[in-house]
Design a protein. Sequence first.
Length: 188
Amino acid sequence: MNDKKLSVTSSILILIAAGLIVASLFFPWWAMKFIAPQYPEGLNIIVFPDHLEGQIDIVNGLNHYIGMANFSEENFPELNYLNYLIGGLAAITAITAILRKKSILYGLIGLFVLGGALGVYDLHRWLKNFGTNLSPQAPIKIDPFIPPIIGENTLANFVTYSTVEMGAFLVIAAFVLLLIPLWKDRKK
């Protein structure tokens, strides 16, 4: 099989993509902001690849009233290994840039698509789990719900905004950089 070599320019773009993936480790990937009359400045849950930040204790205290499980790093085992998967993806991307083989680039793009789909599925699974497995002993009874991955949701007097954050945008930019060589180095 004749595996076409990628151009040096394409290889540089792929190396930049690897750098963006590494940089994404230092930024949040997803966040949810809770706004209510008593919290006009908002309460945040900010998700990094390896930890959570924000006013999590306050959010957990409020969620207790509707019977929702606590948000904590212990409840998300993915936070124990996600940064290693992301680092591995960055390493595979750098190796792809060095080897400069189009077939390996196709495999890397497939890995990105699969990883992205699994990430979206996992986030949806957790949101569904937290919103539908409410304790029947909760002081306030509400119907089960699934917060959106991206967008706005209203629950009682709280409006929540779920957003993709800088870390995820860096990985999306890396993915776009991987697609450019397919167009740039296509057969004439």
